[in-house]
Design a protein around this ligand. Sequence first.
Ligand SMILES: Cc1cc2nc3c(=O)[nH]c(=O)nc-3n(C[C@H](O)[C@H](O)[C@H](O)COP(=O)(O)OP(=O)(O)OC[C@H]3O[C@@H](n4cnc5c(N)ncnc54)[C@H](O)[C@@H]3O)c2cc1C
Ligand code: SF4
Length: 637
Amino acid sequence: MTRPDIRPYFPALDRRQMLALGGAALAAAALPGCAAPFTNPVSGLARAAEAHYRDSLARLRRRVARPDGTEVAESGTGVLGSSPDGLAAARNARPGRPDFDVLIVGSGYGGAVCAARLAAERRPGVRIGLLERGREWAPGTFPAQLTTFNPFSHRPSWVGEQLSRNPLGLYGFYDRGDVVVVAGSGLGGSSLINCAVVIEAEEAVFQQAAWPAPLRDKKVLRPYYLRARRMLAARSTPEDRFPPKLRTHLGTAAALRARGAWNAVAYPVELAVTFSARANGQGVRQQGCVQCGDCTTGCNVGAKNSLDLNYLPLAWTHGTEMFAQVEVEHVDMVDGLYRVHYLHRPNGGRAEERGQVTAKILILAAGTLGTTEILLRSRQRRGLVLSDSLGHGFSANGNYLGFVDYQFAEPEVITDAAGVGIANGAPPAPVGTTIQGAIDFRQPGRPLARRVVVEDLAHPSAHVPGLSLLMLADLNRSLTLLGCGHDTAAGEIRLDDDGIRVRWPDYDRQPSHAELMGLMREYASAKGGRFKPFTPARNYTAHPLGGCRMGATVADGVVDDRGRVFDPSPRAGAGAVHPGLYVVDGSIVPTALGNNPLLTITALAERAADLIVRDPAHAALFSTTDAPPPPDRRQSP
Ligand SMILES: Cc1cc2nc3c(=O)[nH]c(=O)nc-3n(C[C@H](O)[C@H](O)[C@H](O)COP(=O)(O)OP(=O)(O)OC[C@H]3O[C@@H](n4cnc5c(N)ncnc54)[C@H](O)[C@@H]3O)c2cc1C
Ligand code: SF4
């Protein structure tokens, strides 16, 4: 069992930058609230997490289709990814047939759900592949040190050109436009670095005209929400384990309510987190959450129910072949098949090899920016005919970050919101998971722009020194707040020579922002804190949506309610779709959701996958009949 080689990033910096960074880190370390930033994250907990994970994967069994159409039985090897040689070897290995019957691009919520559900229904001999840009991680190996924390950027970024040299880093920063987008990159997508909050969108969201008619009644999604929630094993923090930041958060809402200032409900949110050790429904052993606060740099305990622990092992057992470190550049059509042009980065990203594979069904699930970029490039360079809406309708889900400093509060307010990680084992005092509580203003009768959710944020240990310095505050006596709301989804994702950017000059003038800022000011005053915007200079979102939005017709959408991509070419006829081409990820969501999006994206993906396997046009590939399934027919335990 080998630990993956994590390349140090700093050698790429010049001397001046090294000195500046070193100075900043030392100054930050002197501030209270800074967990040891350069300590070794390899603790017994991390070692156990990695061992449990790899042993569990090694115990898995599957049947997988070979190029000659036969099925072979295989045992797990401790990893999900297939050898990259398998991808190159797939090319033209099935004369007269596509290299893959189904190819999925991206392994976040959209991609992982499709991989699991389609593979579960595939007929013998049907070959399903998945290509993922980032690398494969295991719990216990996430980079919790500043020196190995490798952000990722395709393009020059605010930290410097050097970041573009780490295309296999865990984070995607897209920071060249009006809204900075943060996303995950790796087998498991953004689930590897997200806060795991599981929350449904309210009915009113779906009733908006921008949603296609079949989804305008939330009832349609209910069975899929249920399926997603069960698979992600959502539950809220047990009451006897509430940490100080959650108590502060819920207590603040209660105080404002008691004063008659607020009429919001406050509750501990459901999380895709395991609180007591268990083997999950896919047979992967997980340890219980130790409340270390490091969820957003990757859970080194194996407690977060990220996709590499549930949907992706399920996809593997049903024969999906997964290839990591493979970035799709563009797509074209040849002889009725989709030809996917990719860049493979073997050897820790030190080499690059271009290749192509074909597929009969192509599902793009590279996330809001990834999928939109692939389609924009495919249209620009390869003439794929797509809706004029492509790139439009971008929503940042109304994300707004505020900061409450309790330094001068009387009586003292302790939040313990500085992540400590597990370098020194289980923390003696709990920080909590990154987010644990919601103050929910989504009440009927309130205008949509005022229906917002406010959540408490802890910062992971690797970020603590830098953020303490940036905010000039003790993170253990302050609280960062994340607001989600309803922006106007009027942003545009553009592709230029340097890559993609979000254009939305007046994003910060959204009414939902003003609402969130006002509420956060009141929040701060409730316990004697001082409010300031978290990042005054930039707008950030970790919840990018849209760009390939659903619509009733090609005039108002890129895909239909099932994720089928519209074909606007005159010869195709009204309402035509590109046969077998789908988008299934956050990019299809046509409006802001007003709360954290992963559960709704997962439910939409569950529905799209269900409709794909039951589509009579694909009867040769899937064994499912066209009868509507009972809600939980294929639900795993
Ligand atoms: C820090 C952070 C915290 C968050 N917290 C929460 C939360 O608590 N609750 C919640 O509901 N949501 C949260 N989110 C948002 C949520 O994780 C995303 O909305 C969700 O993951 C989107 O799913 P997706 O399938 O659209 O894309 P993603 O999960 O982003 O997956 C897309 C995948 O495609 C890959 N990819 C991209 N381009 C290519 C390409 N060209 N070729 C091949 N592969 C490619 C990417 O590497 C990535 O692995 C958070 C996000 C972040 C970044
Ligand atoms: S708080 Fe720590 S142990 Fe718990 S889910 Fe987050 S990273 Fe994992």
